[in-house]
Design a protein around this ligand. Structure first.
Ligand code: NAP
Length: 463
């Protein structure tokens, strides 16, 4: 996609971690790949900082930085030191935007790279300062995740920001939607006619969606402790993966139709309850920096969901995510029905076929089939493998690059609509902020109760 957008990008929270590690490096790549020209960035933060500091802070997150591109990026950034709770900051911003508009930059993108508690106050401040609409160009706004902290909160936030912006101005981020392999799920499903007849309750035994991290909370303890695994990962990334893997084919590949289909799946997904949820916390979590003593926040969650529609009736979707797991791995595992083993060897149990879509760290997908071992009738599993990096190497865009490019092009298909967000919260709402037991687990291991949880259905976690 080539957008060649001309816009002023206002990064609210340019001094923060997200901006340093993702947004500035993504802007660099868009510039380097000539996907953006005629742009300016206005960065807002409270601390004293120079534009050179901003570039220096991001430099190590840019692979093989090209000095001329970096310098061109630097020349297009200005820093506005100010408090986002203070009306004066918006007055100063307005003046700067007017200056850019005089030079022809009339489109404005507000990127809220600040803490979630700021989303609504910033929206209201943009409205009262007259910045939420423009007669000269478009105005768009990006909200980072998490969007809300439970169903009621998300509904209130949606209602409030919709008084300021229309839905077509609003881009709710779920950065998983910017990942290449996540975008590939729909292509894999709907462009390969061998798969579609099998993609239902008649042929699929169950599906697992797994997002394992090998690290702990690192220096995000203060933030994480308020949220936990369900709010930080399950409600957003995992629900979006579930929606993409389970949705019907959209009538066309545009934002409206894709989001309609994802919404329908989420709407058909049963709310999960305590019986189908296991929570855990890695040992030593309570001693992490900025984590409250005696915290009950979960760093691990496993659950079983059902999508109550014709395609998926009775097919379990198992979700599992945790910090300090053995390996960093995000994947979707689709297990097909078992074949009767008797044909080949009396009493032999055949391994079922499975399809695995790997999202990180390596991207790709593979399918296992059974084959005969040489010289005997023993069966062995072989892989039909697609490794994304082996084929496309380092040319793949980063998730945030894709997302920024999309918002500048006005493409909402990789952003989450208000009704999807609310359905996702509805699905997990009964198991958040409860007194559900949080079990301790050692780094590198699932809590035993999570292993038992799937074993009682006669299944096991793929990783
Ligand atoms: N970091 C990540 O990897 C990551 C990943 C996914 C999503 N997110 C989301 O991205 C958002 C930002 O996260 P982050 O990790 O970048 O947080 P952070 O490092 O704490 O940065 C917060 C930013 O907001 C600014 N800020 C806070 N209060 C302000 C105020 N009153 N006025 C002006 N600026 C203010 C801070 O600037 P000063 O300190 O200079 O005031 C800083 O630039 C959050 O919604 C988070 O959930 C982050």
């Amino acid at each position: 996609m080539i957008c060649m957008a001309s816009a002023v990008i206002v990064i609210m929270g340019i001094t923060g971690d997200l901006s340093k590690r993702k947004l500035i490096p993504s802007m660099y790549r868009l510039l380097k790949n000539k996907k953006i020209k005629d742009f300016a960035i206005i960065g807002i933060g409270r601390r004293e900082l120079s534009v050179a500091d901003i570039i220096t802070g991001s430099r190590k997150f840019i692979s093989k930085p090209d000095a001329s591109v970096l310098s061109s990026l630097e020349n297009n950034i200005s820093y506005l030191q100010g408090d986002l709770d203070d009306k004066n900051t918006y007055d100063a911003l307005k003046k700067r935007l007017a200056g850019h508009a005089k030079k022809g930059l009339t489109n404005v993108l507000f990127y809220l790279a600040t803490l979630p508690g700021h989303f609504d106050p910033i929206a209201q401040n943009l409205k009262s300062s007259g910045l939420s609409k423009s007669s000269k160009g478009w105005v768009r706004v990006v909200f980072e995740k998490p969007f809300g902290s439970n169903l009621e909160d998300a509904q209130e936030l949606n209602a409030s920001i919709k008084k300021v912006f229309s839905e077509d101005q609003i881009y709710r981020i779920d950065h998983y939607l910017g990942k290449e392999l996540v975008q590939n799920i729909a292509v894999l499903r709907f462009s390969n006619t061998v798969l579609e007849p099998l993609w239902n309750k008649n042929h699929i035994d169950h599906i697992q969606i797994i997002l394992n991290e090998d690290i702990g909370v690192e220096d995000r303890g203060g933030f994480y402790d308020k949220y936990g695994a369900i709010k930080d990962v399950v409600q957003n990334h995992m629900m979006q993966l579930l929606a993409l893997v389970a949705m019907e084919a959209p009538s066309s590949f545009n934002a409206l139709q894709i989001r309609n289909e994802k919404f329908k799946v989420l709407q058909s997904t049963r709310s999960v309850d305590a019986h189908d949820t296991i929570l855990g916390q890695y040992s030593g979590y309570g001693q992490e920096k900025d984590v409250a003593a005696g915290s009950n926040t979960e760093t691990f969650a496993a659950m079983k969901l059902f999508v109550d529609n014709m395609r998926w009736q009775h097919v379990p979707f198992y979700l599992k995510t945790g910090k300090k797991m053995k390996e960093k791995k995000s994947l979707i595992y689709i297990q097909f029905e078992e074949a009767p083993g008797v044909l080949f060897k009396e009493g032999a149990k055949l391994e079922p076929n499975h399809l695995v879509i790997t999202v990180q760290p390596s991207e790709g997908f593979y399918m296992t089939l059974n084959a005969k071992s040489p010289g005997s009738l023993d069966l062995t599993q072989v892989k039909m493998d697609f490794c994304h990096n082996c084929k496309y190497g380092a040319n793949t865009p980063e998730a945030y690059e894709t997302l920024l490019e999309s918002v500048l092009a006005g493409d909402q298909s990789v952003f989450v609509r208000s009704d999807e967000v609310e359905q996702s919260w509805r699905i997990v709402d009964k198991v958040i902020d409860t007194s559900l037991k949080v079990r301790s687990y050692a780094a590198g291991k699932d809590p035993k109760s999570a292993t038992d949880f799937i074993a009682k259905d006669g299944r096991k976690w793929f990783v």
